[in-house]
Design a protein around this ligand. Structure first.
Ligand SMILES: NC(=O)c1ccc[n+]([C@@H]2O[C@H](COP(=O)([O-])OP(=O)(O)OC[C@H]3O[C@@H](n4cnc5c(N)ncnc54)[C@H](OP(=O)(O)O)[C@@H]3O)[C@@H](O)[C@H]2O)c1
Length: 428
């Protein structure tokens, strides 16, 4: 057997702890698969006294991750997160000749191209399978398995917290705030849930998947991002009535106008692959030239699934298998134009809360018709002169800017008593 691959693990939280435990548990199996052992030699976190579920004194302890990165190891495993000390440590590791494995989506989405170039220039590997969809091997699928295809679209449910909340809202009819509070109490949502429910976490993952799919520089600022905070049980119930379900999707497509990358709640038809991904699970659908549609589903977060992804990256390095971080040499990554979302054509779900007065429906219909937005179906719920009633419309294919223009005109005409709700409908 060749000499062991010596690794340093910075960050011993959910993922870092999971990695150390998985390597211990499956050490023999992994050694048999790689022809060498993967040996943890150094570890580090903020608090040495915390119970990690394993004996920390078996390993050299590093208070500062930058020192661990510079120590006598072959691979630096960054499992701290964020763009502060984690970024400094990753740069140090690459500067001192260490391969890097990270689960840090924020770092890869923002600085991935730069780090890939630094790794490449030094003949080192930068792997980040765990940075998108956790236990689903979607990075490898795009970089390797679908390598012979022109990929045209990647769409996914990439945040388990949001999917859990939406599933609970649908199953219990309870509002967003209630379900979020319960998810926090159960540990399914962070104390500060903004990055998850606001769509930012999905945007990081989508920026990475888009880069792998289309050979583009990751462009987090170019991802249109809208969260699930405004989704109400009413819209979930209407979606079901129309044979749909609401999911927080990340969708990236290469269009003639440029790269379209968007994160927002969307209605997907019941019975289709992503509609059936429930609870904390993640799901990804890729569309590509030769392979056609491929569907992936699995656990996107948690110690086990994420450690599984990190260890698969380590196994590649132990085997001597090296690929450019984003599947193409970093110098070949192109800076894609951003496709303006307003030009996108699609169908839309619109809900207007109005007072049931004469002329209101006519105002809505005229505002839509004036902009060439035609109605495929409509439901009116409630019929009381003094109470608000919901008018729900599904449009035919329409330009997004026209739909938004019509909504603004309807609001300006004083026809609604609450801000209107628009949810994009996706054919996947
Ligand atoms: N959790 C998931 O399911 C999941 C899934 C996919 C990707 N990821 C990514 O994996 C990374 C780690 O996530 P996590 O959930 O494992 O986070 P976590 O549980 O909060 O763990 C973070 C670890 O980093 C250590 N740390 C923080 N600041 C440090 C500093 N300045 N110096 C040294 N150590 C420091 C913490 O030390 P202490 O323990 O001493 O506080 C802790 O061990 C993130 O990039 C995250 O986005 C997580």
């Amino acid at each position: 057997m060749s000499k062991p691959l010596r690794i340093g693990v910075a960050g011993l939280g959910t993922v870092g702890g999971g990695v150390v435990r998985l390597l211990a548990e499956n050490g023999d199996l992994i050694a048999a698969r790689c022809g060498r052992r993967i040996e943890v030699v150094g570890i580090g976190a903020r608090d040495r006294t915390k119970d990690r579920g394993f004996a920390v004194d078996k390993f050299a302890w590093f208070e500062n991750p930058v020192d661990l990165a510079a120590s006598d190891i072959d691979v630096f495993v960054e499992l701290i997160g964020g763009e502060g000390i984690a970024a400094d440590a990753v740069r140090k590791a690459l500067a001192t000749g260490k391969h890097v494995v990270t689960a840090n989506k924020a770092l890869i989405a923002a600085q991935g191209a730069e780090l890939a170039a630094q790794a490449e220039a030094a003949g080192l590997t930068l792997n980040f399978e765990a940075a998108a969809a956790g236990g689903i091997p979607i990075v490898k699928a795009l970089r390797e398995g679908l390598g012979g295809n022109v990929v045209t679209r990647v769409a996914g449910i990439l945040n388990g917290t949001c999917n859990y909340i939406l599933t609970q809202m649908e199953e219990t009819g309870r509002p967003f705030a209630d379900v979020l509070a319960e998810a926090q109490a159960l540990g399914y949502a962070e104390a500060d849930p903004t990055l998850d429910v606001g769509g930012g976490d999905t945007a990081h993952k989508l920026a990475i998947l888009a880069s792998l799919a289309f050979g583009t520089v990751p462009d987090i600022a170019g991802v249109y991002t809208q969260g699930i905070e405004r989704i109400s049980p009413v819209d979930i119930a209407f979606a079901n009535e129309f044979g749909h379900r609401i999911k927080l999707l990340g969708i990236a497509a290469m269009t003639p106008r440029g790269l379209e990358a968007r994160v927002h709640p969307a209605m997907v038809q019941l019975g289709t692959a992503l509609a059936d991904v429930m609870g904390v699970l993640n799901g990804v659908v890729t569309e590509s030239g030769a392979a056609g549609t491929s569907v992936f589903e699995g656990r996107g977060a948690g110690a086990g699934p994420t450690a599984s992804a990190v260890v698969s990256d380590l196994i590649d390095i132990a085997r001597g298998f090296r690929l450019p971080a984003f599947g193409v040499p970093s110098g070949a990554l192109v800076k894609a134009d951003r496709a303006p979302l307003g030009e996108r054509e699609g169908t839309f779900y619109l809900r207007f809360d109005v007072l049931d007065k004469s002329g209101v429906l006519a105002t809505i219909a005229r505002s839509l018709a004036d902009r060439g937005v035609s109605i495929e179906s409509m439901i009116q719920r409630g019929r009381s002169p003094d109470e608000k009633v919901a008018i729900v419309i599904i449009t035919h294919d329409a330009r997004e800017a026209d739909v938004i223009g019509a909504i603004k005109a309807i609001e300006a005409a004083g026809a609604v008593v609450e801000p209107p709700c628009m949810i994009r409908m996706e054919r996947l």
